[in-house]
Design a protein around this ligand. Structure first.
Ligand code: 5GP
Length: 178
């Protein structure tokens, strides 16, 4: 298996490009079937999901809209710790079907925060699409509608995911070699 170095660490291919393409096409077909007639709004969480979102929406066969949002985390000085803020969503979601597009669900805390914020905007329904999830790490109950791959609890990069800002452009997904 191909290995590469990114900054100070070694990574090896864990999901080849062909497998990613095939799985994304399957998810796109499934979403197309289930949400036809809904004109969903895909909401991609930046930065990591930008490549997955671009590929997924091109596999969606009906009318749709696309929005991008970003979370900024602030180290709180009080006991609440991290405070997450949403940047960049001005769209009216009232009565709309939305599909949240994420690169990876790890602890699930980001997705939980996202869901709570989206619910306040009174959409008709909310679907979650994530390319990857680490079931062993999940800390909250989440109903993931569309999941590409369930992976072990290892650090990964590529296909949009970075290590310290690098390697988002890799076509495959790589796992840290310990
Ligand atoms: P959560 O809130 O579910 O713990 O974390 C979600 C976010 O953590 C993802 O959107 C992603 O940015 C980051 N993340 C979690 N696991 C990994 C990983 O293995 N590699 C990279 N590059 N980012 C990860």
């Amino acid at each position: 298996m191909k290995t590469i170095q990114v900054r100070d660490k070694m990574f090896r291919v864990s999901i080849p490009e062909t497998e990613i393409k095939q799985r994304v096409a399957e998810l796109g077909a499934q979403i197309s079937e289930e949400l036809k007639g809904e004109k969903p709004i895909f909401i991609a969480i930046l930065n990591g999901s930008f490549i997955f979102a671009a590929d997924l929406i091109r596999c969606f066969e009906h009318e749709c809209e696309v929005e991008f949002i970003k979370f900024s985390s602030y180290e709180g000085t009080d006991t609440t710790g991290d405070v997450k803020q949403l940047i960049g969503l001005n769209k009216d979601l009232t009565g709309r079907t939305i599909v949240i597009v994420e690169d990876i669900v790890d602890t699930g805390l980001t997705m939980k925060a996202m869901l709570e914020m989206m619910k306040e905007k009174n959409p008709k329904n909310i679907k979650i699409a994530t390319l990857l999830m680490k079931p062993e790490k999940l800390q909250v109950a989440l109903n993931i509608d569309y999941c590409g791959f369930r992976i072990p609890n290892d650090f990964i990069l590529g296909y949009g995911l970075d290590y310290d800002g690098e390697a988002r452009n890799l076509k495959e997904i790589y796992t840290l070699v310990k």
